[in-house]
Design a protein around this ligand. Structure first.
Ligand code: PBG
Length: 323
């Protein structure tokens, strides 16, 4: 056979393959999601997320430290309060679980970047991401509550607030509130493009945040849409988002890629709970090699254009990457 081009020449040895590899993955790219509940010494396994736990503010600090030791630079915190009510008031109390977890982590690993999820669904008794008026989530009434929550995270010392509620205008309202209170350096990491996805199932089990009636399609995006994602990004950038996120990741790599092309700020993708749970479940069955699939998935998310990946695999992938 007389072939001029033989792409296999560059696949011949591991060294050549490493030389021509287009995408690299490093522990620095990873953000580790952590669940925090009330109590002390808590380390409660989450059934639907093999290898993940609910922590109390004290134990979450040690977990963050362990991730930091593996080269993971950042965590994102989700609160599971003892008390829920119609407006989610336990989300903005200065002694709330997330607020205490931020302080605890900052004490133990001061350099670690702490991101706090800003949303009401974990704190409302109806499980929706905002306040309900006439059976609908009221956008504008929700905004001031999100700003209150973001401010209380800022007072606790968070580095970045990550609004995940999908209310229109929240980035602008939160930016204004932070600036007015002197938190000019607290960044906004916006869940700019968040789809109404069934892949959030295990998270909702972990946080007890499933909606008690209806679903989230009235505020989260329709999985069928992609141009709308670009509009969401434009709006969040105009309102002052410092980083933006696409969520979920695996079934939305076309969106990650399209968003990356138009975004002047860093783009993250959230490798969500259902994506993690599927890999773990198939691995447990012996149907796939979980570790290899994990690395393939994370590499593919980066290849699509993500600068950062939020993933429950953070510690496991980081320890593998460090050899
Ligand atoms: C809160 C929030 C959710 C997730 C992140 N922030 C749940 C939801 O929107 O129902 C999901 C993350 C995951 O599935 O890993 N609004």
């Amino acid at each position: 056979m007389d072939l001029t081009f033989r792409p296999r020449r560059l696949r011949r040895t591991a060294t050549i393959r490493a030389m021509v590899r287009e995408t690299s993955l490093s522990p620095q790219d990873l953000i580790y999601p952590l669940f925090v509940k009330e109590g002390k010494g808590v380390r409660e396994p989450i059934a639907s997320l093999t290898g993940q736990f609910r922590f109390s503010p004290d134990t979450v600090a040690s977990e963050a430290k362990a991730a930091w030791a593996l080269g993971v630079p950042s965590v994102i915190l989700f609160g599971i309060p003892d008390k829920k009510d119609p407006v989610g008031s336990s989300s903005w109390t200065d002694d709330g679980v997330v607020q205490r977890a931020v302080k605890a982590i900052k004490e133990v690993v001061p350099e670690m970047v702490v991101i706090t999820d800003v949303c009401l669904c974990e704190y409302t008794d109806h499980g929706h991401c905002g306040v309900i008026r006439d059976d609908q989530v009221d956008n504008d009434a929700t905004l001031e509550l999100l700003a209150k929550q973001a401010l209380s995270h800022a007072r606790a010392g968070t580095d970045m607030v990550a609004p995940s509620d999908m209310m229109d205008g929240r980035v602008g309202v939160i930016r204004k509130a932070l600036d007015q209170e002197g938190f000019k350096d607290v960044a906004i990491f916006s869940y700019a493009v968040k789809y109404a996805s069934a892949f959030y199932g295990p998270f909702r089990e972990a946080a007890g945040s499933a909606p008690q009636f209806g679903d989230r399609s009235g505020y989260q995006m329709d999985p069928a849409n992609s141009r709308e994602a670009l509009r969401e990004v434009e709006l969040d950038l105009e309102e002052g988002a410092d980083l933006i996120m696409v969520k979920p990741a695996m079934a939305y790599l076309d969106i990650v890629s399209a968003v990356k092309r138009i975004s002047a700020v860093p783009v993250a993708a959230y490798n969500v709970s259902g994506e993690y749970a599927m890999v773990k479940a198939a691995d447990a069955k012996g149907w796939i090699d979980g570790q290899r699939v994990m690395m393939e998935v994370l590499t593919a998310i980066k290849r699509a254009g993500a600068d950062l990946i939020l993933t429950y695999f953070a510690k496991e992938a980081a320890s593998l990457l460090r050899g």
